[in-house]
Write a protein that binds this ligand. Structure first.
Ligand code: FMN
Length: 166
């Protein structure tokens, strides 16, 4: 069960949450969705709204769901479920049923999908996207990440609901 809170009441480090604990990025609805592990991204303010940023390479199955969906969720597990997140970050939903494989239990949250095991969930409405343009990479080492020229698409989502497990 989840209860609603606000970004300001969340007493956490967003860098730790994303970079160290990882998150699941999920798009679609209960009838058809996909999820994948992310550890790049952020939260902050843009256009006068609380937002989350995620970065998705075009070859991800999740990308297709991100393109089709109005909402996405970022689900955080507080450093738990690392094994399950490892699977969701190494295998594609094109090849396996990630929920069956990991035991993660999908549940609906505001029409989008999260997981029963999540500790914190950001329900986001897609507000904008932008493909990363290598012409803007000032630090040459960034290119090391893109041997395949598979530049991420950044999605900016307005955080519509913040849920925490009871
Ligand atoms: C810790 C970790 C973090 C990741 N972060 C991202 C990310 O921010 N963006 C991305 O496009 N892929 C990221 N990945 C890779 C995807 O999670 C991985 O390719 C996944 O299998 C894609 O699944 P899908 O094809 O079902 O969408 C990450 C993987 C791991 C293990």
């Amino acid at each position: 069960m989840f209860q609603e809170t606000t970004m300001r009441e969340l007493n956490v480090s967003p860098v730790k949450m994303i970079a160290e604990d990882w998150a699941l990025l999920t798009a679609g609805d209960k009838s058809a969705f996909n999820t994948m592990t992310v550890s790049w991204g952020g939260v902050g303010e843009l256009w006068g709204k609380d937002v989350a940023f995620v970065f998705v390479r075009p070859q991800r199955y999740t990308y297709e769901f991100m393109e089709k969906s109005t909402y996405f969720t970022l689900s955080f597990f507080g450093g738990e479920c690392k094994k399950e997140l490892g699977v969701c970050g190494a295998r594609s939903g094109r090849d396996i049923d990630k929920c069956k494989e990991t035991g993660l239990i999908p549940i609906e949250a505001e029409g989008a999908v999260t997981f029963e095991q999540a500790k914190t969930v950001l329900v986001c409405r897609k507000a904008a996207f932008q493909d990363l343009d290598p012409a803007g990479f000032l630090d040459a080492s960034i290119m090391d990440t893109y041997a395949a020229k598979d530049y991420h698409r950044m999605y900016v989502g307005v955080i519509e609901k913040v849920l925490v497990s009871e």
